[in-house]
Design a protein around this ligand. Structure first.
Ligand SMILES: CC(C)(COP(=O)(O)OP(=O)(O)OC[C@H]1O[C@@H](n2cnc3c(N)ncnc32)[C@H](O)[C@@H]1OP(=O)(O)O)[C@@H](O)C(=O)NCCC(=O)NCCS
Length: 160
């Protein structure tokens, strides 16, 4: 999908809230996206508060002047490590490399703004597409920090 290559990250703005909310169809999808802390259904206008994490930065992936195709956040969870979270791609464009593009740019933005030496994330073990995406970006499972349901993954803050 060539469009993915013309996309860049920009900050989340209020006009994006409805679009982002429309990607989350039900409680199961909501939990897979954002974990058990974000209850479904939710009001789009409440998203900034619902997604708030101390020190977090939120981005959308989009072509210039266009609607978002993806969303993700990063925040520092432990010193030296930047954590990626709430990664999601519009259901209409999944499977065409947008998720990979989103993650590559999100990793670069996270490292640039925090100077972390490691990047981490947590994913449900049965989320095969997401696990494959992260493995393809050099994230490795850390079983000691994982649970029966979720996999904690980590990579060095270098080029993929
Ligand atoms: C996970 C998600 C972000 C991936 O985005 P995407 O744009 O579909 O991903 P990509 O097209 O970049 O593909 C990523 C990898 O998954 C593979 N993949 C994509 N769709 C797939 C499918 N339906 N079945 C099997 N593999 C698939 C791709 O081949 C690619 O693997 P590769 O790099 O080894 O070739 C997207 O599916 C999504 O938004 N899911 C719902 C929210 C979610 O689960 N977020 C993760 C929270 S941790």
């Amino acid at each position: 999908m060539t469009a993915a290559l013309e996309t860049t990250l920009r900050p989340l703005v209020p006009q994006d809230y409805e679009v982002l909310a429309s990607w989350v169809a039900d409680a199961v999808a909501c939990a897979r996206w954002a974990g058990p802390g974000l209850c479904f259904p939710f009001h789009a206008a409440d998203l900034p508060a619902l997604l708030a994490v101390p020190g977090a930065r939120s981005y959308v992936l989009a072509e210039a002047g266009a609607l978002p195709l993806g969303f993700g956040q990063h925040w520092v969870q432990t010193p030296g490590a930047v954590h990626l979270g709430r990664i999601i791609v519009s259901p209409q464009v999944r499977g065409h490399g947008v998720g990979r593009r989103l993650c590559e740019l999100l990793i670069a933005a996270a490292i640039e703004s925090t100077h972390a030496t490691a990047v981490t994330l947590r994913v449900y073990r049965d989320n095969a597409v997401a696990v494959r995406l992260y493995a393809g970006l050099c994230f490795l499972p850390v079983e000691a920090e994982s649970t029966a349901e979720t996999l904690f993954m980590k990579r060095a803050a270098g080029p993929t």
